[in-house]
Design a protein around this ligand. Structure first.
Ligand code: NAP
Length: 351
């Protein structure tokens, strides 16, 4: 497909929130050559302003749209390390492949490691940026390397896993900007190490309870995928029906002493410590928004919190960027008032 730049393209239906105005310039990139052309265009015509759009599942676009170039990532392909088998257990995937189709394929082929990450919307290229995670598994655990274009120097770099600086829903790619203030690295390929015969991780409460109810002690990868899909369908809205970007805020990670002080006021407050982050506790924000603030399943005009998961904001039909940001600010202020915790959006704002 020839590389083309188009103008004034509506972004609303390219995002799962289904909110926002047009992109001043827009292109789809199918090859690494297209990507180089796209970045060069943004540098010449838009003062370097670009935004890489994958599945549009974690973005809120402003009502006025975006004045730069939106680069829609379409680089496809799943390349096995050996033509006939996954000999070394490493497979390289184009950033524009749909995440869940890839996960489904690994499971069908008998490879474990990604089954708990079933049904997460978005693309393969976005997975390392956010270090997507669910049900006790983070994508970082399965990543071998990441190939990315450096928009600062116009060169290519292969990041080994250790260089990706993966943390809870965070990575080197998420925080590293170029001199125009845009994401410095654009991911084009991700390589994974997956293994046959690895035992699925079913320790997370929801999955454990699911199999306990069924009396299954050693579920297959297919069964774990089915469990995750079933649990997610109950708790999270169907993005084909409801406009949403999933979890709108990040779960706060607070000091142990602040957590203990809060526990005195709210004895049932859950909290999880992480070996890699001693002295800090991750607190489920959905619990705070629901139980302490009373905001689960409420609507304010066009925007609301989802009935089964208070961390998820939903577009009730015609929500605008302004509706969402006003509602989100109200929740942020309420959480601060009730707990003293400063919360931050997980969703990226495109303004
Ligand atoms: P949940 O099971 O109700 O748990 C709420 C929060 O408590 C989550 O943040 C979870 O941390 C934490 N938690 C629960 N059990 C834990 C344990 N044994 N150890 C450490 N932390 C624990 O969560 P939910 O809303 O139904 O979501 C289910 C899973 O899907 C979660 O893992 C959630 O993070 C994930 N999810 C991910 C995304 C994303 O990547 N953007 C979006 C939506 C949901 P964790 O977040 O570390 O699990």
């Amino acid at each position: 497909m020839p590389f083309t730049i188009r103008e004034n393209i509506p972004l609303r239906d390219l995002t799962t929130f289904r909110i926002g105005g047009p992109a001043r310039f827009f292109c789809e990139v199918y090859t690494e050559g297209d990507l180089i052309e796209a970045v060069s265009f943004a540098q010449k015509k838009c003062a370097g302003r670009f935004f890489v759009l994958g599945g549009g599942s974690n973005v809120l676009v402003s009502d006025a749209g975006f004045g730069g170039l939106v680069i829609c990532m379409k680089i496809k392909g799943i390349i096995f390390s050996d033509e006939n088998s996954w000999k070394n257990g490493i497979t390289t995937v184009g950033a524009g492949e749909e995440w869940d189709s890839f996960v489904k394929k690994t499971i069908e082929d008998g490879y474990g490691g990604l089954e708990n990450l079933s049904l997460i919307p978005g693309t393969v290229g976005a997975a390392p940026v956010q270090n997507i995670g669910a049900y006790g598994t983070e994508v970082a655990a399965a990543i071998f390397s990441v190939r990315a274009y450096d928009t600062e120097t116009g060169t290519w770099k292969l990041f080994k896993k250790d260089e990706c600086e993966f943390k809870y829903r965070d990575s080197f790619f998420k925080k590293t900007k170029n001199s125009s203030g845009q994401a410095r690295y654009i991911i084009t390929e991700v390589s994974f190490t997956l293994s046959k015969g690895a035992k699925p991780n079913i320790s997370y409460k929801d999955i454990h309870d699911y199999f306990e109810k069924k009396g299954t002690t050693e579920p297959s990868l297919v069964q774990v995928r089915e469990a995750v899909i079933s649990i997610r369908k109950v708790k999270l809205p169907d993005i084909a029906v409801v406009g949403t970007a999933g979890s709108f805020f990040k779960n706060p990670i607070i000091k142990v002493e602040d957590f203990e002080a809060l526990k005195k006021r709210y004895p049932d407050l859950p909290g999880f410590s992480e070996k890699t982050n001693p002295g800090f506790i991750k607190v489920p924000l959905a619990w705070i928004i629901d139980t302490i603030c009373g905001y689960r399943g409420i609507s304010q005009g066009n925007v609301g919190t989802y009935k089964n998961q208070a961390l998820v904001l939903v577009n009730n039909g015609n929500a605008t960027f302004l509706d969402v940001t006003i509602f989100a600010s109200e929740i942020t202020a309420k959480v601060k008032e009730m707990t003293g915790i400063d919360i931050e959006p997980e969703v990226q704002f495109l303004v």
